[in-house]
Design a protein around this ligand. Structure first.
Ligand code: MD3
Ligand code: FE
Length: 214
């Protein structure tokens, strides 16, 4: 098989830091199953723009599935079992996402990852996510698994303090990124998504982050 064929199906895992692994194209063969699973989730709990505790509207729209969902409002950031938009529990975590998360985590060296939350971010061209840490989860010993779909993006991979230099890492449709251990609390963000049309998802980027929140 020639190299360009290999790239179509994803190349070898890339270790970006001691406990951070990029799995290029890890979900490419399962994208349709993932999209089929997301459709009913997003019908029940549609994308919405949340407010930051400072009163700003987040540019990135989001939803959740799983026992817990990440929410933000004037009172702060937290995980909540209830979708504030519907007053009902978040849709269940689709088995296909639970399965991918476990296999990706294991491929990156984290055994027995059992996520209970999946944050679904929706980016339009121009949308960015400013530098932050993910620290609303209960147990930082558990990794996070991220699945990127649609338009590509450059994610910013920083250090354990905000001021440290950041690396820019491209994330493409079908890529999975796993980070844990001493990388779990690194600052990170996403640069503004460049205008474009993805052949399957159109003018958007969707990122799923599977977490053990509770
Ligand atoms: C964490 N999402 O939802 S995931 C988030 O693409 C979030 O929507 C981004 O950050 C997104 O909280 C990024 C990928 C990511 C990449 C590198 C990291 C998360 C990371 C490095 C350290 C810690
Ligand atoms: Fe994050």
């Amino acid at each position: 098989m020639i190299q360009s064929d290999l790239d179509l199906f994803g190349s070898q895992p890339q270790r970006l830091a001691s406990h951070t692994v990029l799995l290029p194209g890890f979900v490419l063969s399962e994208v349709e199953a993932v999209l089929d699973a997301l459709r009913p989730v997003l019908r029940a709990s549609p994308f919405r723009h949340m407010q930051t505790p400072g009163g700003l509207r987040m540019a990135v729209a989001l939803s959740n599935c799983g026992a817990l969902g990440w929410v933000s409002d004037e009172k702060g950031y937290r995980y909540d079992p209830i979708d504030p938009m519907t007053g009902k529990p978040w849709p269940g975590l689709p088995p296909v996402l639970f399965g991918i998360a476990g296999r990706a985590a294991a491929a990156a060296g984290f055994e027995r990852f059992e996520p209970d939350a999946c944050l679904i971010n929706h980016y339009l061209p121009g949308n960015r996510l400013s530098l932050h840490q993910d620290r609303d989860e209960h147990d930082f010993s558990q990794p996070i698994v991220s699945i990127s779909l649609g338009l590509p993006a450059l994610f910013l991979f920083g250090g354990s303090s905000r001021g440290e230099r950041t690396q820019r890492i491209p994330l493409s449709h079908g890529d999975v990124l796993v980070w844990g251990g001493e990388d779990r609390l690194r600052f990170h963000g996403v640069l503004p998504v460049k205008p474009g049309v993805h052949p399957r998802l159109g003018e958007r980027r969707i990122n799923l982050t599977l977490r053990k929140a509770g």
